[in-house]
Design a protein around this ligand. Sequence first.
Ligand code: GLU
Length: 400
Amino acid sequence: MVYIAGIPDPLLARTMIADRIKNVKDSGTMKMKEIAGQKKAEGKKIISFTVGEPDFDTPKHIVEAAKKALDEGKTRYLDAPGLPALREAIAKRSKDGSGIPCDASNVLVTPTKQAIFETIMATVNPGEEVIMPDPAWVTYEPCVALAGGKAVPATTREESEFRLLPETVAELITPKTKMILINSPSNPCGSVATKADIKGLADLAKDHDLVVLSDEVYENIMFDGLKHYSIAAEPGMFDRTITVNGFSKTYAMTGWRLGWLVAPKPLFKAVNKVQQHSITHATTFAQYGGLAALTGPQDCVKEMVKEFSERRDLVMRLMKEIPQLHCDKPKGAFYVFPRYESKMDSEAMALYLMDKAEVALTGGASFGGAGAQHLRISYATNKKNIEEGMTRLKKAFEGM
Ligand code: GLU
């Protein structure tokens, strides 16, 4: 707020803000996290199912590697794309693990969210359209809006496990379509793309000459022996795909702000310009932690995924006891996205549950129109909290 002679001047404040930001909403996930934090500070015993943040500590060998880097004075600038050894390690993992035909020169180290922002800024022109799933993570649409583009929601449905179906996308392609944005496993639905989905989407991108942005940050958090498919590994797709991934979810490194993207050379060069002119590069000593994460033992990942799988089963079992909530078992990530029975809109419902049950979660409409009448529960919290939170939700729904 601007003050003129001590009086707030909303009009002046409004003229100071750029048009491009005026229609951008606050992040629904971060907003509910903040409200939950305020309530906790007031002494309320809130159980938080809001933000998608693993509650595990970052594995010790990763922390030690970053500490060692600090002790050794690794506190100076790097080149914008990142630490060469880390770029090598990411390329190796992308190639050997996901079949993406890349080398270190295709890898840019940057926080995952920044990777998405940079990709969209570097590729989408004003007026161009980006087809993305609906519901989808809260940040995709604002990134497209900030680039002056138009997000085109492709509705995903419960009956097809909230998967982004090629036939849905095909109907939305116009001469203005620039990009298809995919996210498997998905936030907020926990859906996992099949090989046929990926192939169908790849065919559409090739037929219509589109760029693909594939957010694979939940790649390692999949259950029931399912396999992850990277669209950049499909024949002819590497040259038109930017694959985004990160350390936050797989290695419980949310606060490190570290991830990466893999892009073909011309796109890499464009994205690197945004990186050079925004954050320069990701934090130097954090990158040494990332290197230890990728090159060190992976048992910690297996243990965390096993725990997530048990938590998913626990949430699903407890949800069956709440007749007002309906949801099929998600196959990946750490969210359930149940439909609820009530006339209340999803934000009002989330606030009601915060107040009545002291359970914080995110209203489904934050993730797009198709998320109305849904709630997102992040089960990246311990089993005791899940049991207590689900019991409170049951009571709150009974009392409605
Ligand atoms: N991606 C996580 C979530 O959806 C983290 C919060 C955020 O950055 O939006 O909860």
